[in-house]
Design a protein around this ligand. Structure first.
Ligand SMILES: N[C@@H](CCC(=O)N[C@@H](CS)C(=O)NCC(=O)O)C(=O)O
Length: 219
């Protein structure tokens, strides 16, 4: 049975999985989580009441969390691009970088965006300041780390880059990356030039006006 992906093209975590699928040309069926597809939304909410996406379904089995989905694809649908190295020590570095991008780029970026769409009077200025400080700290650390690397964990594109691409893409909209952190700027550009990433970015273009704090006029 086909893989079914409950996701949305403009969502960063959905793009993380889409990039992995596109890297290996893995076929799948879209289950678009959009208001005009209420059946997909109902099925997804019934399966995963924490209301987070993407979710992958294979033969009735649900796989949640973007990183786990990508590991699942590597185990059950391997392709020419191995996104987790076979060597466990190398795989550990990939997982460490993947955690970095989820926890210290995507999480504070989402905090700033979700705060902006809260009703007036319920905003969390202190939390937003903390999130922006976290992004600055993360950009600084990443700049030093990427000084000697082409991709997040070394010279091969991996799971960690699948997340880095959409997270740095949107983080730069939300909390602009200072040109002084030149290795981060260059890495973001390398990611955008990768065909799998360019495809995910292109598919999200029609939805750009919906992204809060977005910069629809630039990549
Ligand atoms: N830990 C989850 C995070 C997924 C996530 O935050 N997805 C966002 C879309 S990019 C979401 O579900 N947002 C819905 C909401 O916050 O209500 C993962 O790794 O997949």
């Amino acid at each position: 049975m086909a893989l079914q992906l409950y996701a949305h093209p403009f969502s960063s975590y959905s793009q993380k999985v889409l990039i992995a699928l596109y890297e290996n040309g893995t076929p799948f069926e879209w289950r678009l989580l959009s208001p005009d597809q209420p059946e997909a939304i109902q099925t997804w909410l019934a399966m995963w009441p924490v209301k987070r996406f993407p979710v992958l379904v294979e033969d009735g089995h649900m796989v949640t969390e973007a990183s786990t989905i990508i590991e699942h694809l590597g185990l059950h649908h391997p392709g020419p691009v191995r996104l987790l190295p076979e060597d466990p020590r190398e795989a550990l570095e990939v997982r460490a970088m993947d955690r970095f991008f989820d926890n210290y780029i995507a999480t504070p970026q989402q905090k700033v965006v979700f705060d902006a769409i809260r009703p007036e009077g319920t905003r969390d200025a202190y939390g937003v300041k903390e999130a922006r400080d976290m992004l600055d700290a993360a950009y600084g650390w990443l700049d030093r780390t990427m000084a000697g690397r082409e991709w997040a964990a070394g010279d091969r594109f991996t799971l960690a880059d699948c997340g880095a691409a959409p997270f740095l893409f949107y983080a730069d909209w939300t909390h602009p990356i200072d040109p002084a952190v030149a290795h981060v700027v260059a890495y973001r550009q390398r990611l955008l030039a990768r065909p799998s990433v360019a495809r995910a970015v292109d598919e999200a273009r029609p939805y750009r006006p919906l992204v809060p704090l977005g910069a629809p006029d630039r990549d």
